[in-house]
Design a protein around this ligand. Structure first.
Ligand SMILES: [Zn+2]
Length: 63
């Protein structure tokens, strides 16, 4: 039986890059491993850079 988990205190959780910063966001994608679900503001910066680099790589390959 499915029992939803209620996260009462996000400060107890570490973000996926171990930045030791307050958690800002939780990914609810069911296939994500639990240690990759938490994101702090530093994670957002890192992810944004990753996405931009991936887009640039794609454009380079296509051209
Ligand atoms: Zn982080």
């Amino acid at each position: 039986m499915f029992s939803p988990q209620i996260i009462e205190n996000l400060d107890n959780y570490q973000c996926c890059y171990n930045h030791n910063k307050p958690i800002r966001s939780v990914c609810i994608e069911p296939h994500y491993p639990s240690n990759k679900r938490f994101y702090c503001e530093e994670c957002f910066k890192a992810i944004t850079i990753e996405v931009l680099q991936a887009k640039q790589n794609k454009q380079l390959k296509m051209s």
